[in-house]
Design a protein around this ligand. Structure first.
Ligand code: SD4
Length: 329
């Protein structure tokens, strides 16, 4: 939070709360920006481009977020999402995804889904075809089959080789305490008229214990969307972030008047203050308010030796670009 400590932040929030409804509405509408699509990592760029294309050709914002995320899920080169994602300790790919509609205040999610390459599409059908929010494991798989999804082998020759290499590494059980591979796709969007959607999809932490569920499919952790405020998503170490309900915490910070960037900073600062070890953690977040203003932040840079920094993709006014996010520490 630039030059603001927590007490100042709370005061500034109180100032916003003092605005009359009319003043607040006027400020909000002045800031409207048209549709905006924001996604994590370089693979977010083709995703936001696809999302914008779907939206501009008449699709809904839910369609746009789902189809945008499908691009990363379908790409075998991306080893942290969908087809080609790195498997669990047993060599099986287990996928997590969630999507949340900010108008309906309704999310659908699937966890530990095997053999189906587009978990975000299954998650969306959880909203549309059921009264449930989250389906897990075999139940999620059976639901996907009933809805017409075709099972397939999600390992590619490259991801299989990585798993074999890991298995051949002495002391490879260390992964129980030291995880790597965090490149979830998170995609948040606004239609430019106050509607927001958030989605994310991941193969989760590589070599995880069978059945491990990260933050991504947990509503309020990996995704959150509320048309009254905005939408957020998170990427990184879900075993840490889940404990902070990352996405809903940032939305609540925005609801109290923080800008998207300040809302991200406040949460990451809180994480670092409650446990100093979190300063070294791999945590990165994206946020958008309902006016289309964006925020993005990672806890530290470089994130890992293999991943020198957190980048996000943004599409706005007909153009997309990749941007280096700020780091907290
Ligand atoms: C998880 N947050 O399962 C996910 C993994 C991820 O980038 O990469 N995020 O912990």
């Amino acid at each position: 939070m630039d030059g603001l400590d927590r007490r100042d932040f709370i005061k500034s929030v109180a100032g916003v709360a003092a605005l009359s409804t009319a003043e607040f509405a006027a400020a909000a509408s002045a800031a409207k920006t048209g549709p905006v699509f924001l996604a994590t990592w370089p693979h977010g760029k083709p995703a936001v481009d696809r999302a914008a294309e779907v939206f501009q050709s008449g699709g809904s914002l839910m369609d746009a977020v789902e189809k945008g995320i499908n691009v990363a899920e379908d790409d075998p080169r991306i080893m942290s999402v969908g087809y080609g994602g790195l498997p669990n300790e047993d060599g099986e790919v287990e996928l997590d995804a969630a999507i949340m509609n900010g108008t309906l205040h309704r999310a659908g999610s699937v966890c530990a889904l095997h053999s189906i390459k587009n978990p975000i599409s299954v998650a969306r059908l959880v909203i549309e075809k059921t009264r449930h929010t989250t389906l897990a494991g075999e139940g999620a798989y059976q639901f996907a089959l009933k809805e017409g999804f075709k099972p397939m082998q999600l390992l590619t020759p490259a991801s299989l080789q990585k798993w074999l290499d890991w298995r051949a590494t002495p002391n490879h059980e260390q992964y129980w305490i030291n995880a790597d591979n965090h490149d979830t796709i998170g995609l948040v969007a606004t239609d430019g008229k106050g509607h927001v959607v958030s989605g994310c999809s991941t193969s989760g932490s590589a070599w995880k214990i069978h059945g491990r569920v990260g933050d991504s499919p947990l509503v309020g952790c990996g995704v959150y969307a509320d048309d009254n405020v905005g939408a957020t998503s998170a990427t990184g170490d879900g075993d840490i972030m889940t404990n902070y309900c990352t996405s809903v915490s940032i939305v609540h910070n925005m609801a109290r008047g923080a800008s998207p960037q300040d809302a991200c900073e406040d949460l990451l600062k809180h994480m670092a203050e409650t446990d100093p070890k979190n300063r070294e953690a791999f945590v990165a977040v994206i946020a958008m308010d309902k006016q289309g203003r964006i925020g993005a932040l990672s806890m530290n840079a470089p994130l890992t030796p293999a991943q020198p920094g957190f980048q996000y993709a943004v599409w706005q006014n007909g153009e997309s670009k990749l941007v280096n996010a700020a780091a907290m520490y």
